[in-house]
Design a protein around this ligand. Structure first.
Ligand code: A3P
Length: 359
C-alpha cells in the first residue's frame, strides 16, 4: 500500500465535495461555503499563530490550538449540526485511545447484530465504524442531514475541547452523552509525536522530538493545551456524571472488562447476567484488543479515507498500545517538568493523571 498520502494543507479551506459525488453543489451551497470561508478567514486573521506539528500553522481559538480547517469544522458544527437526544460522542485529546474506544463502543452497541467470529471489525478500519464529527462535517457540511440515517444511538467521535462545542451538545439540559478517554500526558506526547511525524508532509523537515516536547509543554499542540482539554471534560463529568463518562487509558489496560461494563451501562446497553456468564464481555475485550485489531489485514494494509483527499494508513493508529512508553524517550528532567505542569494545572480538581510513582 502506498505511503504517499495526500493530505491537504489545513491552512486552506477546500471546496466541499458533492454528496457521494452525485449531487452537484447548488448555488445556495456555494454561497454557504463562501460565507463560511469568509467567516473563518476573518476569525483567523485575529488569532495568535503557532507551529503545527504536521506542517500547517495552528491558531489559538478561544484558548485551544486548531488548524484553520478545524476552525471551519467547529463553525459548521455550531451552525449546521443538530444533535439528537440520545447521541453519544466519544471525545478525547489526540492519541489517548480513540481507536480503541471506537471499536469497543461500536461492538458493544451492536453486539446483537454481529457474531464475534464474523464481525465487521475483521474487515473494517476502526475509523470507519462511526463518523469523526470534526473531519466529516468539514468535508461534507452540506450532507449533515445524512447523519440522520445513522442508527440510534448515533455515535460520533470528536477531539474538540468541551468548552468549544455548542451548548446544544454540552449543556446539562441536553441529553446527549459523552465518553471521554484520557491518558498520562507523557504517553500522549510520545504517541502524538510518532503519529504526527508519520503523517507530516515529506517535503518538510521532520519535527524533532525536542521541538515537539517544547510545543507540548507550552500547550501549543493541535486541540491543546492537553491539560485544559482534560480539565474541561473532567469538570463537566463531575457536574453531570450521567452525561459524561470519564475513562483513563491506564485503567482500561489494567481492567478492561470492568471498564467495558461501565461503558455499556453508561451507553444504556448494560450487559445482562446471561451475557456476563456467557463470556460476552471478555469476547468484546478480546476482539478490540490491540494485539487482535492490529493484526487484521485491514489494519495492516488498509487506508482510512477522511473524505476524498485525506488518507491515513490504518497501521498508523496502532503503534505499541502500552502504558509508560514515555520512559524510553524522556529524561528525568523532562519527565519532572511534565509531571509538575500536570500537578499544577490539575491542582484542586480531584483528578490525578500520570504522576510518576517514585520509590
Ligand atoms: P501508542 O502510540 O502509545 O502505541 P488514538 O486512537 O486516540 O489515536 O490513540 C492512539 C494510541 O492508542 C496509540 O498509542 C495506539 O497504539 C493505541 N491503541 C490503538 N488501538 C488500541 C487498542 N485496541 N488497545 C490499546 N491501545 C490501542
Amino acid at each position: 500500500m502506498s505511503t504517499d498520502l495526500n493530505i491537504p494543507n489545513q491552512n486552506t479551506c477546500s471546496h466541499p465535495t458533492a454528496i457521494n459525488g452525485e449531487n452537484p453543489i447548488s448555488n445556495e451551497q456555494e454561497h454557504v461555503h463562501n460565507k463560511l470561508n469568509g467567516k473563518v478567514n476573518d476569525i483567523v486573521a485575529t488569532l495568535q499563530k503557532g507551529k503545527g506539528w504536521r506542517g500547517p500553522e495552528i491558531f489559538l481559538h478561544k484558548g485551544f490550538w486548531l488548524p484553520q480547517m478545524l476552525i471551519k469544522s467547529l463553525l459548521t458544527i455550531h451552525e449546521y449540526f443538530h444533535p439528537k437526544p440520545n447521541d453519544i460522542f466519544l471525545a478525547a485529546f489526540m492519541k489517548c485511545g480513540t481507536t480503541w474506544l471506537r471499536t469497543l463502543m461500536f461492538a458493544t452497541a451492536n453486539r446483537h447484530l454481529y457474531k464475534i467470529s464474523d464481525h465487521p471489525l475483521h474487515h473494517t478500519g476502526p475509523h470507519s465504524v462511526f463518523p469523526s464529527l470534526d473531519v466529516q462535517i468539514f468535508l461534507d457540511q452540506y450532507s449533515v442531514s445524512k447523519f440522520d440515517n445513522l442508527p440510534s444511538p448515533r455515535l460520533f467521535a470528536t477531539h474538540f475541547a468541551h468548552d468549544l462545542l455548542p451548548t446544544s451538545m454540552t449543556s446539562s439540559s441536553s441529553t446527549c452523552k459523552f465518553v471521554y478517554v484520557c491518558r498520562d500526558p507523557k504517553d500522549a506526547l510520545i504517541s502524538k509525536w510518532h503519529f504526527m511525524s508519520k503523517i507530516r508532509s515529506k517535503e518538510l523537515t521532520p519535527i524533532s522530538f525536542n521541538e515537539a516536547y517544547e510545543l507540548f509543554c507550552n500547550g501549543v499542540s493541535e486541540y491543546g493545551p492537553f491539560w485544559e482539554h482534560v480539565l474541561g471534560y473532567w469538570k463537566a463529568s463531575q457536574e453531570s456524571p450521567e452525561k459524561i463518562l470519564f475513562l483513563k487509558y491506564e485503567d482500561m489496560k489494567k481492567e478492561p472488562s470492568v471498564e467495558l461494563k461501565k461503558l455499556a451501562e453508561f451507553m444504556g446497553v448494560p450487559f445482562t447476567t446471561e451475557e456476563e456468564e456467557g463470556g460476552v464481555v471478555e469476547e468484546i475485550v478480546k476482539l478490540c484488543s490491540f494485539e487482535n485489531l492490529s493484526n487484521f489485514e485491514v489494519n495492516k494494509d488498509g487506508v482510512q479515507m477522511f473524505g476524498e483527499h485525506v488518507a491515513v494508513e490504518n497501521r498508523n493508529f496502532f503503534r505499541k498500545g502500552k502504558v509508560g512508553d514515555w520512559e524510553n524517550y524522556l529524561t528525568e528532567e523532562m519527565r519532572d517538568r511534565i509531571d509538575s505542569i500536570t500537578e499544577t494545572r490539575l491542582k484542586d480538581s480531584g483528578l490525578a493523571l500520570g504522576l510518576t510513582q517514585r520509590a
